[in-house]
Design a protein around this ligand. Structure first.
Ligand SMILES: Cc1cc2ncn([C@H]3O[C@H](COP(=O)(O)O)[C@@H](O)[C@H]3O)c2cc1C
Ligand SMILES: O=C(O)c1cccnc1
Length: 344
C-alpha cells in the first residue's frame, strides 16, 4: 500500500487572484461571509479562478464493531444491516437529502456482519464480518486495516465527479470514533465520549470506562495506522483511504459529523495537507465533535443540531457549496455592472 502524497494548497498568485475576484463582486467586502472562504477554497483546490462542481457523490461506508459486546450503544447491532437495506430501498434520511440535492449516492459494505449477496446498488468491499472487540484485542489486524485503506483509495479512483461527501453507518461507531479521537488528539476521554444514538448519562459513563480501559490495554498503539487498526472500524479505515485518494485527485472533500471527522483525524496524521481539501459541512450535536473541529482548526458551515451521521450534514451542505461557486462565476463586478464603490 502506498499512501498518496498530497501537496499543500499553496499558490500565492492564484490566492490573490481569487481574493480580488471575490472582492470585486457587487457586494460590501466580506458580506457573503463563509461562502467567500468556500469559493476561495474550491478555486484553490481546482487551481482555477472559475471553478466548477461536477457530479457530487456521497459514499456511505458501513461496518460493524465488535465493541458493541460491551453494551456501548443504545441500539442493537442488527440495525447496521437493516439500515443498509433501508439505504438500498431509498428510505433513509441520506436518501431523501441526496435526492433533493442531486447527489449520486453509493453504499459501501466495508465490513457489515451480515451477508447481503449480490445486490443492486451495494458496493461490496467487505473485509470482514465486523471488527473484533477492542476492549479485548485490536479491532483489526494491521493487514485488514491496510486492505480497508486500499479499498477506499481504489473506490475513489473510479469516481466521475470532483466533489466527494463522506457518510457512514455502523452501530457502535461513536465509541470507535471517540477512542480514535482521544488517541490521536490527546483530548481527555471524558471530552471525547457522547451519547451516540441516545445513551443515558449512566450509559455514557460506562462507554467512557470501556474506552479508558482499552487505552490502558493498547497503550502502545500510538501512531496513526496503529491507532486506526486498534480502535477504528472497517468503515472508518476505508473512509481514511478514500479521503487521501480524493485529496490526491484534487476533489472537494465534504466532511460529515463525528465519525467521519475521526477518519479524517487519521488521514491528517498520515498526510496533514488533506485538510486543505476539506469542507466541514456541519457541527454535530455529538459532544466531542466541536472539540474535534477545534483541534483541526475547522469552521463548519451548518449548526443544525444534527446527530445522525449517514452523510446527512454533507448532503445538506451541497447547495451552499454550489452557491459559493455560482456567486464566484456569475455575479457581476462593480465595474461590469457600473455600481459605485465604497465612498471612503
Ligand atoms: C435507526 C438508526 C439510523 C442511523 N443512521 C445513522 N446512525 C448513526 O448511529 C450509529 C452510531 O451510534 P452508536 O455509536 O451510539 O451506535 C452509526 O451507525 C451512525 O451512523 C443511525 C443509528 C440508528 C439507530
Ligand atoms: O455526528 C455524527 O455523525 C453522529 C452522531 C451520533 C450518532 N451517529 C452519528
Amino acid at each position: 500500500m502506498t499512501i498518496p502524497h498530497i501537496p499543500p494548497l499553496k499558490d500565492d498568485s492564484l490566492a490573490a487572484q481569487l481574493e480580488r475576484a471575490i472582492n470585486n463582486k457587487t457586494k460590501p467586502l466580506g458580506s457573503l461571509g463563509a461562502l467567500e472562504g468556500l469559493a476561495h477554497k474550491v478555486g484553490m483546490i481546482q487551481q482555477a479562478t472559475r471553478p466548477e462542481l461536477r457530479e457530487p457523490a456521497i459514499l456511505v461506508f458501513a461496518g460493524d464493531h465488535g465493541v458493541v459486546a460491551e453494551g456501548i450503544s443504545a441500539f442493537p447491532q442488527d440495525v447496521t444491516w437493516q439500515m443498509v437495506e433501508n439505504f438500498l430501498a431509498g428510505g433513509a434520511a441520506i436518501n431523501v437529502f441526496a435526492r433533493q440535492n442531486g447527489c449520486l449516492l453509493k453504499v459501501v459494505d466495508a465490513g457489515v456482519k451480515h451477508d447481503f449477496g449480490q445486490r443492486e446498488g451495494l458496493v461490496n468491499r467487505k473485509i470482514a464480518h465486523g471488527t473484533a472487540n477492542f476492549a479485548q484485542q485490536p479491532a483489526m489486524s494491521a493487514q485488514q486495516c491496510m486492505e480497508a485503506i486500499q479499498c477506499g483509495m481504489d473506490l475513489v479512483a473510479e469516481l466521475p465527479g470532483n466533489v466527494l461527501g463522506f457518510g457512514e453507518m455502523g452501530i457502535g461507531n461513536t465509541t470507535a470514533a471517540a477512542a480514535l479521537m482521544h488517541r490521536l488528539t490527546g483530548i481527555p476521554v471524558a471530552d471525547c465520549v457522547g451519547a451516540g444514538t441516545g445513551l443515558t448519562s449512566e450509559g455514557v459513563a460506562h462507554k467512557q470506562r470501556v474506552i479508558e480501559a482499552a487505552m490502558a490495554l493498547h497503550a502502545g498503539a500510538q501512531d496513526g495506522l496503529q491507532a486506526l487498526a486498534t480502535f477504528g472500524g472497517l468503515e472508518i479505515a476505508m473512509m481514511t483511504g478514500a479521503m487521501l485518494k480524493a485529496a490526491e485527485r484534487r476533489m472537494v472533500l465534504l466532511i460529515d459529523g463525528f465519525i467521519v471527522t475521526s477518519a479524517l483525524l487519521a488521514a491528517a496524521r498520515l498526510q496533514p495537507a488533506v485538510l486543505d481539501y476539506c469542507v466541514f459541512s456541519h457541527c454535530s450535536d455529538e459532544s466531542g465533535h466541536q472539540r474535534m473541529l477545534n483541534f483541526l482548526g475547522a469552521r463548519p458551515l451548518l449548526n443544525l443540531g444534527l446527530r445522525l451521521g449517514e452523510g446527512t450534514g454533507v448532503a445538506l451542505a451541497v447547495p451552499l457549496l454550489q452557491a459559493a461557486v455560482n456567486f464566484l462565476n456569475q455575479m457581476a463586478t462593480f465595474e461590469s455592472a457600473q455600481v459605485s464603490e465604497k465612498s471612503e
